[in-house]
Write a protein that binds this ligand. Structure first.
Ligand code: GLN
Length: 492
């Protein structure tokens, strides 16, 4: 018999609405899976059993009454712990926020609750979402369910590990430079970053406000659509929220790729990409061509400078955003003889080394006399990248590349080398700088049995064609392998 924790979100929706199971049973299966795997994975910082149990009972009552329900009613969803949840501790994996109980729900959390989903708990991340492995968490590293010696990616590594192993059917993450797509790639699931502004950031604890976007991590492309449908749409509480129409995410799912123009990004192939990742991406491109897509290689020369520009813009914005953690308003406080000393003591103890490094870099890049040479220059590079994208999208409908240059690396392998860690996001960062959508779809395993992700990118509000191509990639790949840890059975 199938363990309910192994169902995809769509399968669970049909099961719940067809009366084959209850939301309480589904939640119990997910809890059993968490019990069997958490000691090894540490995907969660906090599992909210009482809150989830109440939501599951409410979902069952709505389902039983034949009331209007949504595809998410009764579905167990995990939240990255940089999304504020009313009355439920939210730490951003930082000591500085230990014990912080937010007085409100993020807009996306409210939308999930209204849709009837069951919030399982809060997942681990790199502190304030700064990192690519979850090793920067103040509360311990999450592990990759395919091989616990390896990282799950980051910063939404806990969310990705939970979905991959079945301790949630879907999860939310945030993506500033790749933090949804890269861990999805390393954990063998689907991770999607929407167009900037499509999903409200209200209640997402800000890292770099001009880059941050919230998006879904799921096992399938259709499930990604289902979650995004619940999240997307204008929110007056976020001044950067897109006021226009939301694209039709579902319209292209069955359409195939015949006649579509697909561009392979030259700057994201070859050098620096692991040969097995490169080969898997090339095979997928050939198959897409076989399905009728017109494939060309496209050069976006400014991509070469994307990583450098990102590592000025993101720290600059983070240094401003994190100024609010001053020991007065939230979480940790360490006293001193003066207010300045109290703030210095609090921040020195509360922030980990990577966050400290970013605040220092960002403050420097914004300081008088250097602003133009660093921050201003990076913003000009951002414009060049946008121009490159614009001219590429004059020739092709979507762009494709690997999601991550390598598969999951060993815990510790890049922990002491920030530059090596920063390279993890070389393929994903350009779409953050441009605000465009991107998705990672698993296409196979390397020789070590670790998942490989394929990235599809589209122009702003191009989610319809993005999901259209992603669905075809998923169909061709037929990736159905599950990590060994997902076979943990509670009844053994
Ligand atoms: N790894 C990148 C960084 O450390 C991206 C993080 C993210 O997308 N939140 O900044």
């Amino acid at each position: 018999m199938t363990d309910l924790a192994d169902l995809t979100l769509s399968e669970a929706t049909s099961g719940l609405q067809g009366g084959e199971m209850t939301a309480v049973e589904l939640l119990e299966a997910v809890h059993r899976r968490a019990t069997m795997t958490e000691a090894q994975l540490h995907a969660y910082l906090n599992i909210d059993r009482p809150g989830a149990a109440r939501a599951a009972v409410a979902a069952d009552s709505a389902l039983g009454k034949g009331a209007a329900v949504s595809k998410l009613t009764g579905i167990p969803v995990a939240l990255k712990d940089n999304l504020v949840t009313r009355g439920l501790e939210t730490t951003c994996s930082s000591k500085i926020l230990a014990g912080y109980l937010p007085p409100y729900d993020a807009t996306v959390v409210g939308r999930l609750r209204e849709a009837g989903s069951v919030i399982v708990g809060k997942t681990n991340l790199d502190e304030f979402a700064m990192g690519s492995s979850t090793e920067n968490s103040a509360y311990g590293t999450s592990r990759n369910p395919w091989n616990p010696e390896r990282v799950p990616g980051g910063s939404s590594g806990g969310s990705a590990a939970a979905v991959a192993v079945g301790s949630a059917l879907a999860a939310l993450g945030s993506d500033t430079g790749g933090s949804i797509r890269q861990p999805a790639s390393l954990c063998g699931i689907v991770g999607m970053k929407p167009t900037y502004g499509l999903v409200s950031r209200y209640g997402l604890i800000a890292f770099a406000s001009s880059l941050d976007q919230i998006g879904p991590l799921t096992r399938t492309v259709t499930d990604s659509v289902t979650v995004l449908e619940a999240l997307a749409g204008y929110d007056p509480a976020d001044s950067t929220s897109h006021p226009g129409a939301v694209p039709d995410f579902r319209a292209g799912l069955e359409r195939g790729v015949a006649g579509l123009r697909i561009g392979v990004v030259s700057e994201l192939s070859g050098e620096g990409i692991d040969p097995q990742v490169q080969a898997a991406v090339a095979r997928m491109v050939t198959s897409l061509e076989g399905e009728g897509a017109k494939v060309t290689e496209v050069s976006l020369p400014s991509f070469e400078y994307a990583l450098s520009a990102y590592y000025l813009i993101a720290p600059a914005e983070c240094s401003a955003n994190l100024a609010r953690f001053d020991g007065v308003r939230y979480g940790l406080r360490r006293d001193g003889d003066t207010v300045e000393e109290m703030m210095a003591n609090t921040r020195a103890e509360g922030f980990g080394p990577e966050v400290t490094r970013r605040i220092l870099l960002g403050t420097y890049a914004l300081s008088a006399g250097y602003y133009d040479a660093f921050y201003g220059q990076a913003q000009r590079v951002r414009t060049l990248i946008l121009n490159d994208f614009d001219s590429a999208y004059g020739q092709v409908d979507v762009l494709v590349s690997p999601t991550s240059p390598t598969t999951a690396f060993e815990v510790g392998a890049r922990a002491t080398d920030p530059l090596a860690m920063y390279m993890s996001d070389v393929c994903t960062i350009p779409s953050n700088l441009s605000g465009h959508p991107g998705i990672s779809v698993p296409v196979g395993l390397d020789d070590a049995g670790l998942p490989i992700g394929f990235q599809v990118m589209a122009p702003a509000l191009g989610e319809e064609v993005l999901f259209q191509v992603a669905a075809e990639v998923e169909r061709i790949a037929g990736f159905s392998e599950r990590p060994a840890l997902a076979n943990s059975r509670a009844d053994i």
